[in-house]
Ligand binder design. Structure first.
Ligand SMILES: Nc1nc2c(c(=O)[nH]1)N[C@H]1C(S)=C(S)[C@@H](COP(=O)(O)OP(=O)(O)OC[C@H]3O[C@@H](n4cnc5c(=O)[nH]c(N)nc54)[C@H](O)[C@@H]3O)O[C@H]1N2
Ligand SMILES: Nc1nc2c(c(=O)[nH]1)N[C@H]1C(S)=C(S)[C@@H](COP(=O)(O)OP(=O)(O)OC[C@H]3O[C@@H](n4cnc5c(=O)[nH]c(N)nc54)[C@H](O)[C@@H]3O)O[C@H]1N2
Ligand code: SF4
Ligand SMILES: [Mo]
Length: 650
């Protein structure tokens, strides 16, 4: 500063530029613009206000009206905004030339991608093209593009996240419900950690319930962040939650603790459950899951005492997503245990959130005909993966399908399978086998780094997005992510990239609209205008949630404790014990089960090089492996020692 002042005096240049005091004053007093938008540092998509000052992003704050976060933002949200100005961003389209990338214009990139796809289509059917993404609000347009090309191969990250949980709930109550945490008096959470695998609204609601005296039970082999709030922490043996749930059901049935009226009127198959569940007394479960029988009995009894204002959290990724062979049965048992508490669509229980239905683009813009062939991954096909969700597909299968030559060209959008799919060697081999790989990202991710073309999407703060209705709750909400600052580099919004690709691939007739027109058409039936939505970022639409239900979207219209569809497909129609596919060898002191849990200040793999978040990891010594204390001691290990971990795949 001294130096600057001195040279300023000597050189006597423009006073306005060099007078620091007045410069600082102008900067501080510069007008601030507030833009309502949505965070994109993880899939929760929290509502927020972004503030712009002097043309630069200044700060962000949570939007208290958004269902998903109720005014809070997490550390990741705050850390990730800095990536807007990160030197690691891709600054324009890239083309692979040998081992290197060279800059290329958008027009040239689109032309070359279209030519290569047309060449592939001379010898291969349309289904050899695929698209995979972590769901964004513009998904409908990506799906539209695949359908326009005649391919069924649109995939989401689902199989690497929540598939088994969703299937378990779908085959029991017909859809995926939510948890009415704030009004519950007894909350049990199994293999889910909302304070670490962050869900801000859920954490707030758990805290609210606790303030009103609710009890919290956390079941996790790790003492996770949510367990800090718990009255009971049950360190279960991984992969055995099904045994715990079966034993709880056993106690509720044997001691007649269940909601008799609800079971009689709203469920099918209780009789068959009674016959099966005698096989699973708490003493049996204790041996399998290592939770004492007396604890299981105590928890089942206490919980039932609070019914129907007692719930077992619907679960997410941890114990259910795609982790264990028995995850589907675990999710079914979880749903059934809730039904026995009579809490389905009840205050303080499990409830079906209100969600808004966006309008369609037709008749003004025709929808492409659906693809005529099934997905090659086997989702929805009896004998293959009939319980898998057709809409999500099985992203895990992409490498195999590529190695078998069934997939030839792919678009990977906002997804980094080379880092976030299991068995990296197989994943790399599969994606490398493709004749054409196009990555759409903001940085050169591991996946982008092996692509033939990289199309840089504008950072989320630089782009408008498709209107969305992801934020369901007691009242449905429609939301919009919108541009906060102008793009810093030669990048484009994802929706524009999809529309441009369609035009170059010869299916432009299905994409004769721009984002603004599409947004207006989609909002029409909701009775809100784009202008109103832009002003607030989030608007409540539709009717308030009400307790109870007449008919569920299951074949019987009731909770399917016994599921005839599963029986027809050759699966157990009543949950029964199943071992995890692989287990550690109890005789080998070096054999462990590797668990995975989110770190509260990182999102999957994508924030791993975010300097601020990484510094938090370092300072709080979070970059470490956890191990059971006794098992560690038996190996002569102390806290802080280095270990080497190997598995069958890496
Ligand atoms: N900080 C952060 N928050 C996130 C995300 C993120 O990347 N980072 N991602 C978001 C996404 S996409 C998702 S899907 C959710 C996931 O949210 P969660 O499902 O809550 O996240 P996980 O950490 O995968 O798993 C939760 C817990 O399951 C435990 N667990 C593992 N195996 C078992 C088992 O066999 N039995 C039991 N009972 N517990 C087990 C782990 O120790 C972990 O603490 O988080 C969301 N929020
Ligand atoms: N190692 C590891 N693997 C995991 C998990 C984990 O926590 N760790 N979690 C599992 C779960 S629950 C899930 S849901 C999946 C998630 O799987 P992914 O979606 O693959 O996970 P991310 O690491 O979030 O990768 C997102 C990619 O999108 C890019 N990206 C970020 N913002 C934008 C944007 O605005 N536009 C575009 N085009 N790209 C953007 C990031 O740079 C990154 O390359 O992973 C699963 N596998
Ligand atoms: S939970 Fe955190 S990272 Fe995820 S959307 Fe909300 S603020 Fe952003
Ligand atoms: Mo996830």
């Amino acid at each position: 500063m001294k130096g600057a002042a001195l040279s300023a005096g000597v050189m006597a240049l423009n006073h306005r530029v060099l007078d620091f005091k007045s410069w600082a004053q102008t900067q501080a007093q510069a007008p601030v613009r507030r833009v309502p938008t949505f965070c994109n540092a993880c899939g929760n998509r929290c509502g927020m206000f972004a503030y712009v000052k002097n043309g630069r992003l200044w700060k962000i704050e949570g939007n208290p009206e958004a269902n998903g976060n109720l005014g809070s933002l997490c550390a990741r949200g705050h850390g990730y905004i800095h990536d807007l100005y990160s030197p690691s961003r891709i600054k324009g389209p890239l083309k692979r030339v040998g081992e290197k990338f060279e800059p290329i214009s958008w027009e040239q990139a689109y032309k070359e991608i279209a030519t290569r796809i047309n060449l592939i289509l001379i010898n291969h059917p349309p289904q050899s093209i695929f698209w995979v993404n972590y769901p964004q609000s513009n998904n409908a347009y990506a799906l539209r593009l695949m359908h326009a090309l005649g391919s069924p191969h649109y995939f989401t990250h689902g199989s690497t996240c929540y598939t088994a949980r969703n299937a378990g709930w779908n085959f029991t109550v017909g859809s995926l419900p939510s948890n009415d945490l704030a009004h519950s008096k007894y909350i049990m959470i199994i293999g889910r950690n909302p304070a670490g695998g962050i869900d801000l609204a859920q954490v707030k609601k758990i805290a609210e319930a606790k303030e009103k005296g609710a009890k919290l039970v956390v079941v996790d082999p790790r003492h996770n962040e949510t367990a800090i709030l718990a009255d009971d922490w049950l360190p279960i043996k991984p992969g055995t939650d099904l045994a715990l749930l079966l034993a709880m059901i056993n106690v509720m049935v044997k001691e007649e603790l269940y909601d008799r009226d609800f079971v009689e009127k709203k469920t099918v198959g209780f009789q068959q459950l009674e016959d099966e569940i005698i096989n699973y007394p708490p003493e049996w479960a204790e041996k399998v899951c290592e939770i004492p029988a007396a604890t299981i009995v105590r928890i089942a009894r206490t919980m039932a005492g609070f019914k129907p204002r007692a719930l077992i959290h619907r679960g997410y990724h941890g114990a259910f997503g795609c982790q264990y062979l028995n995850s589907f049965q675990t999710a079914r048992a979880l749903a059934i245990a809730n039904a026995l508490l009579g809490n389905i669509n009840r205050e303080g229980g499990i409830y079906f959130p209100q969600s808004a239905q966006l309008g369609e683009l037709q008749p003004k813009h025709p929808v492409p005909e659906g693809p005529k062939v099934p997905k090659s991954d086997g989702t929805g096909i009896p004998g293959r993966y009939p319980l898998g969700a057709y809409g999500d597909g099985i992203a895990h299968a992409i490498p195999e399908l590529a190695l078998r030559g069934e997939l030839k060209a792919g678009f990977v959008y906002h997804y980094n399978p080379l880092r976030t799919n299991p068995n990296p060697k197989r994943v790399i081999a599969g994606y490398q086998k493709l004749d054409l790989l196009v990555a759409i990202d903001t940085v050169l991710s591991e996946t982008a780094s092996i692509a033939h073309y990289v199309l840089p999407e504008s950072f989320y703060l630089e782009r408008d997005e498709a209107v969305d209705t992801k934020h369901s709750g007691k009242i449905a909400q429609v939301t919009i992510q919108q541009q906060v600052v102008k793009p810093l580099h030669d990048t484009k919004p994802g929706t524009q990239i999809i529309i441009d690709l369609a035009k170059h691939l010869g299916v432009g007739k299905y994409f004769d609209f721009d984002l603004e027109e599409a947004n207006r058409l989609r909002l029409k039936p909701l009775g809100v205008t784009l202008e109103d939505l832009r002003q607030k970022g989030v608007l409540a639409v539709g009717k308030e949630w009400k307790e109870g239900f007449d008919k569920l979207p299951t074949p019987s219209g009731k909770v399917e404790i016994h599921c005839a569809t599963l029986e027809k497909l050759g699966y157990p129609p009543i949950p029964r014990w199943e071992d995890p596919l692989v287990s550690p060898d109890p005789k080998d002191p070096q054999s462990f089960r590797l668990l995975h849990g989110k770190q509260a200040i990182h999102s999957h793999a994508m924030t791993a090089n975010q300097p601020y978040l990484l510094e938090v990891s370092r300072r709080y010594d979070l970059i470490r492996l956890w191990m059971n204390r006794k098992r560690g001691a038996a190996l002569g290990l102390k806290d802080g020692d280095w270990v080497r971990v190997k598995s069958m795949v890496g």
